[in-house]
Design a protein around this ligand. Structure first.
Ligand SMILES: [Zn+2]
Length: 468
């Protein structure tokens, strides 16, 4: 044991006694090669999503990248243990166990076997902060950073961290937030330093012996209904090109992969079973499978153009860690109202991560289920040395009603107080419609008879929507 330990440590040969003469001879003349990180797990592109089946948003691209010799892997935030089971009776954690297998089968069809689940809890809401809370943000970030250091991706591809009219799933957004945080943190040896510390003993049980890794580019795709604000912000990936390896178009490979998700879409999947290829293409085209993928460039640390190839500017080998410089926040008056919640978080997040280029709607927006309650979270800010009265009034579309949160409030000196304006939403104008056009809600703030600002939100009423 002792001899082997010395050899591994490459102790100076002067320490080697006569009892290890033969080894000492080796050590003097032949350098012992030290082990290196396992090359089999090195990726070119790491896709970070929230649920089994989310990967379908980018599998056509991954298939294309793999045709070009790139190595791809996928990290999921959750096992997808919420929602309906279309294929059996299993629910909750058991459903999550099945969906993990479905995701692995879906990716195996494309030749992707490097798949990780970081164990967040599937959380049905539009609020990224709820998802980050139920996922146990600190713990899943630690795992995400470990996966980036282990797989050393050149490129990270993930959901766009932002809130939009759309499905706008908080878990999707959380995947984008974690991936962005890991992009900026994995190269910093002071972040989770126990992961990048060398072993202190044989069979080291505490330290990962990974190395810091700075990915080179991060790209996003949005979970939003609108497409206009994302066009031209990154490469557009054609999916009708034919794969060298399968002789199929890339959209067809993505659809074939998706057919593994039976607990999520059994009826839809079964509908393809009796179709010939022409019928499959017709249906898939009408369902958007053949549409180009519109990626948004978050940032590149190696140059290249915004709409150029994902791997443009990327050369083999590590690059130095680049600490992100946060952009300064705009100054607010001493007495002010601000939209809080996820909207406020994202404004600060974009500044902190150097991604102020990410498209986001102005005014901020959300789609909510008709007949439910809209909550507008606010910060009431008083930086002055005395208590201040702030009066809130709300402008609403006809038929919408303020339940609480308007009126006068006293904010203590040098305090920032949280307040909710709650608005009951009417039924849809047309009971047969699935949605109606977005309308604007405005909260006016005033203090000492003067305006201290307004908060606007565009709200689309839908027949169904995730909870706010
Ligand atoms: Zn999802």
């Amino acid at each position: 044991m002792k001899r082997r330990f010395w050899r591994i440590c490459v102790l100076p040969s002067i320490l080697m006694g006569a009892t290890v003469a033969s080894f000492a001879q080796d050590a003097k003349t032949v350098a012992k090669t030290l082990p290196v990180p396992d090359e089999r797990y090195k990726l070119d592109v790491l896709l970070v999503v929230a649920h089994p089946d989310d990967e379908a948003a980018a599998t056509a691209y991954l298939a294309k990248a793999m045709d070009e010799g790139k190595r791809a892997g996928v990290a999921y935030g959750t096992r997808g243990s919420s929602g309906a089971n279309e294929a059996g009776t299993e629910q909750a954690a058991a459903l999550g166990d099945i969906r993990e297998v479905e995701a692995r089968r879906a990716l195996a069809k494309l030749g992707i076997s490097d798949v990780w689940f970081i164990g967040g809890r599937d959380t049905a809401s539009q609020d990224v902060l709820q998802s980050l809370s139920t996922w146990d943000h600190g713990a899943v970030l630690e795992q995400m950073v470990r996966i980036v250091r282990l797989t050393r991706p050149e490129v990270i591809l993930t959901f766009l961290p932002g809130t939009f009219i759309g499905e706008d799933h908080g878990d999707h957004q959380a995947a984008g937030v974690l991936a962005t945080e890991a992009f900026d943190l994995a190269g910093d040896p002071l972040v989770f330093p126990e992961q990048v510390t060398g072993p202190m003993r044989r069979l080291e049980p505490y330290f990962d012996n990974l190395r810091p890794w700075q990915p080179k580019k991060i790209y996003y795709f949005a979970d939003a209904s609108r497409e206009d604000i994302f066009k031209g912000k990154g490469p557009s990936i054609s999916l009708t090109d034919i794969s060298k390896s399968t002789k199929q178009p890339y959209w067809r490979m993505a659809l074939g992969s998706f057919l593994s998700h039976e607990t999520q879409a059994k009826a839809y999947i079964d509908s393809f079973a009796k179709m010939d290829e022409a019928e499959i293409e017709k249906k898939a085209t009408s369902n958007g499978w053949t549409q180009p993928l519109e990626f948004v460039l978050g940032k590149s640390l190696v140059g290249g153009s915004v709409t150029g190839d994902v791997f443009e500017g990327i050369k083999p080998g590590a690059i130095a860690f680049q600490r992100t410089q946060a952009a300064p926040a705009s100054e607010l008056p001493d007495v002010a109202i601000e939209l809080a919640g996820p909207w406020n978080f994202y404004a600060a997040f974009r500044r902190a991560h150097g991604i102020e280029n990410l498209p986001h709607p102005e005014p901020p927006e959300i789609a909510l289920q008709a007949g439910t309650t809209l909550v507008i979270p606010l910060w009431l800010r008083n930086e002055t040395a005395s208590a201040q009265e702030i009066a809130l009034t709300v402008d609403l579309p006809a038929g919408w009603k303020v339940e609480s949160g308007d009126g006068k409030f006293l904010v203590a000196a040098q305090q920032v107080a949280a307040l909710r304006v709650e608005i009951s939403l009417p039924a849809l104008n047309d009971a047969k419609a699935t949605k109606q056009d977005a309308q604007e809600v405005t909260v006016h703030g005033a203090s000492n008879g003067k305006s201290i600002g307004t908060v606007k939100l565009r709200v689309e009423l839908r027949k169904r929507a995730l909870p706010e």
